[in-house]
Design a protein around this ligand. Sequence first.
Ligand SMILES: NC(=O)c1ccc[n+]([C@@H]2O[C@H](COP(=O)([O-])OP(=O)(O)OC[C@H]3O[C@@H](n4cnc5c(N)ncnc54)[C@H](O)[C@@H]3O)[C@@H](O)[C@H]2O)c1
Length: 322
Amino acid sequence: MAINCTWLQPVFRSPILKLVFPVHTRGLYVSNTQSSGDCKRPTRQQQGAGGIEKELMSLDCKVAIVTGGATGIGFSATCHLLKAGARHVIINGPDKEEGESAVEQLEERYGENKVTFVRGDVNNCSHFEGLFEMAKNAYGGVDIVFNNAGILNDKMWEIQVDTNIKGVIRGTLLAFKHMGKDNCGKGGVVINSASIVGLQTLAGAPIYSATKYGVIGSILNFGHKFHYERTGIRVCGICPGVTDTELISGAYGKQLTPEWNKEATRELSQLPKQSPDFLGQGLVYIVRYAPSGSVWIVEDSKILRVHIPELKQISKLVTKFD
Ligand SMILES: NC(=O)c1ccc[n+]([C@@H]2O[C@H](COP(=O)([O-])OP(=O)(O)OC[C@H]3O[C@@H](n4cnc5c(N)ncnc54)[C@H](O)[C@@H]3O)[C@@H](O)[C@H]2O)c1
């Protein structure tokens, strides 16, 4: 995907974004204009089967993997998947205590045997594949993979690139291997965690932002109908806006220079901040309704669909070589 800054800034607040519903409302509301904030109830025709769009997957009895699911957005996603009817969620992460505490809280809310924590690393292929094997042995397979694990740490940029891009690609390839219809699987959905700064710059944390642009590429490519028709797996993307988690509260001091730290803090402070709860709601919406290859922003308690323009819409002939 070719994107440049002259395209980005106007586009981000332009009609290529469509507000689908304010995430905090229980009913589904629709508006065709982002700026008006004037949401109205959809007609029955607009709702389709079970919502604004046609429902592509029900959460009932589904089995999910959420990487980095012990904290922040991953924890909220796990809550909302279980609340919506998922049978079991396997979460992973590097910290055993954090994982055990998450399981305790989740089982208190949603009942016993609903969630398993596995200490592990998305950068380790056998750890990651072990999650799929565990799901297969215990529940017959996986239906939903949320490639959520990520870090914001430009000082440790090589680990950041590994985790934010290679981890997401690894999770997508493992999903193809274990869930793909072409491999005797039953299909499903993969949601890759990008960011609003995968669609616009974050100059103070340029490497983090670059990893998220890469994740957008993973969604568009793996979500292409060439792959969907073969695997039966929808690959979709979520772009959280600034969300109140450890990743944001701990960001200061993790950029490459003191000036870059200040700039990242300045840029992030100008954006609306939301609770992780909205991301869990947004994730469930995407699982239910998002077509393969689609990208969704959850920002300021709203969900917006991103329409990525074709190359010819964002380029202009300058000269022609002989
Ligand atoms: N918080 C925001 O404002 C925001 C905005 C846009 C995108 N995101 C993205 O959302 C995702 C979740 O972030 P968050 O805000 O909930 O932060 P968080 O720090 O609470 O969650 C990240 C989780 O990933 C885990 N993790 C990190 N490296 C891992 C690895 N190698 N293997 C397995 N697990 C690992 C962490 O232990 C943690 O549980 C990230 O991909 C992040 O880039 C966050």
